[in-house]
Design a protein around this ligand. Structure first.
Ligand SMILES: C[S@@+](CC[C@H](N)C(=O)[O-])C[C@H]1O[C@@H](n2cnc3c(N)ncnc32)[C@H](O)[C@@H]1O
Length: 312
């Protein structure tokens, strides 16, 4: 199966980037390169798009899809937390726009061999960057019962986290949990039958989400990246972030709020001594969500939330 575009909220991201010819832009999460393709066309002539993804398959795909724009494109196979170093390497001191469209791509979940999907039977992997060591198999077969339960509960909001963790430990005593099918079977056997049938989502969804977040250190990376944002943008430059669950959105919301803070002095002080200046302002008060039409056409977009902020 070939690569497919998985751009969520493409019209909104395009409009809020406020692009013009000559801009220097970064797509931190290339995926199927949908956002990247519309962005690069709008910054010609003279612009540069830096496209980043930690998944080598996304980079290989972008090379093909964005081939007509090769002269204005820099593709980087890396983690977006390294953006500051990447810009330094290319002698860029600040960029006009940054796009983060978080989570996994449709290609990662549908292409064989990556271990992201409970619909396929494959090795339990889930690494977006296959150069990294930690896999879902290592977590599932080496974490203690409480660690597993906490992980499923915190990153997946899984109600039956304890039962599932206990069942994994029991299974492990017989033989290791090696495949997505092994794990899905354990989950289905642990969840009460009445619940398994009545849930709107597949009973394995939350555990798989939790493992994916842990394997790829998604929340740590996002928090580390968000702290750097004002140093990466030129004045008036914008960041658009699309989150797919509340854990991510909370990190983005709180960091943007911290950048907007005017004074951090204790209330008791008669006047401000910290001289804190806001570095970013939010462009949308509440996060934007996809139109009902987009949600219907692309169920993966249902939980998307877009936040946009501008460097002051
Ligand atoms: C939802 S997809 C992006 C889809 C893309 N916007 C499009 O238009 O097709 C998310 C992509 O971000 C990548 N990704 C996630 N976290 C990353 C990180 N910390 N550094 C680099 N790439 C990351 C994933 O490998 C995946 O390809």
């Amino acid at each position: 199966m070939g690569f497919v575009h998985t751009s969520v909220m493409p019209a909104e991201v395009f409009a809020y980037q406020n692009l013009k010819p000559g801009d220097v832009c970064v797509d931190c999460t290339l995926g199927g390169a949908g956002h990247a393709e519309t962005t690069i066309q709008a910054i010609l002539p003279g612009g540069t798009l830096i496209g980043i993804d930690q998944d080598h398959e996304a980079i290989a795909n972008a090379k093909k899809v964005l081939h007509p724009f090769a002269e204005n494109l820099l593709l980087v196979h890396d983690n977006f937390t390294c953006l500051s170093n990447i810009l330094t390497r290319y002698g860029i001191t600040g960029v006009n726009t940054i796009v983060l469209d978080l989570g996994f791509s449709l290609n990662q979940i549908t292409q064989a061999g990556r271990g992201f999907s409970f619909h396929l039977n494959e090795p339990l992997d889930m690494r977006m960057d296959i150069r990294k060591e930690l896999t879902a198999r290592i977590i599932v077969n080496s974490f203690g019962e409480k660690e597993l339960a906490d992980l499923f509960f915190t990153f997946g909001e899984e109600k039956f986290s304890r039962r599932i963790a206990r069942a994994i430990i029991t299974q492990r005593q017989e033989h290791p949990v090696k495949t997505t099918r092994d794990l899905t079977r354990i989950i289905l056997d642990s969840v009460p039958k009445s619940r398994a049938g009545s849930q709107k989502i597949h009973p394995a969804t939350r555990v798989f989400q939790a493992l994916r977040i842990a394997v790829n250190q998604e929340l740590e990376n996002l928090a580390m990246f968000m702290r750097q944002v004002p140093d990466l943008l030129v004045k008036g430059g914008r960041i658009c972030v699309i989150c797919f669950h509340s854990l991510e959105d909370r990190i983005v919301k709180q960091q943007l709020k911290a950048f907007e803070a005017v004074c951090t002095c204790p209330k008791e002080l008669p006047r401000c001594v910290c001289n804190t200046q806001p570095t970013m302002k939010s462009i949308v008060k509440k996060p934007l969500t996809p139109t009902p039409q987009e949600m219907q056409a692309n169920p993966m977009a249902r939980s998307a939330k877009l936040r946009v902020a501008e460097r002051i």
